[in-house]
Write a protein that binds this ligand. Sequence first.
Ligand code: HEM
Length: 146
Amino acid sequence: MYETIQILHSYWAYLVLLVLVLAGLNALIGYTGSKTFANKDLRISLFGLILSHIQLLIGIVLYFVSARFALWGELGMGGIMKNPEARQLLVEHPTTNIIAIALITIGWSKHKKQSTDKGKFGKIALFYLLGLILILSRIPYNLWFS
Ligand code: HEM
């Protein structure tokens, strides 16, 4: 069970990052080029939202089935914060990603309230790229590529 979820979370990460990069850059190009917000722009942004929400759900399940979760009982809060690997996987990675996905969700809902194409692209570009930067800042790269 743990292994399957971990593999899924690990491969889903490629999809999420790819689509967030595409959606964020597409919105930035649309914003700076004053383009029309077309159906394809809506679809790629929605795709980024859905894929990142699925990763959030997989991540939450992984958190509780991972053997690392037992470290809370063994080390306590103080011990976890003093251990860089445990701190990254049990505190920093999950909280940063939850904030990142909340930002992406805010961007999606704000873009819907915009009446201009520039406004729509602007909200997606700002919130998706901010979310992406946060996600990239706390990925456990050593685990991912090992
Ligand atoms: C877009 C959001 C996220 C991305 C791109 C992402 C990506 C990753 C990657 C690439 C790894 C390394 C996997 C490996 O070992 O190959 C990982 C590990 C992990 N992630 Fe995420 N993650 C995200 C969100 C979350 C969230 C929201 C949680 C929990 C609430 C979470 C919990 C974990 C845990 C616990 C591990 C370590 C698993 C282990 O014990 O080996 N992730 N994540």
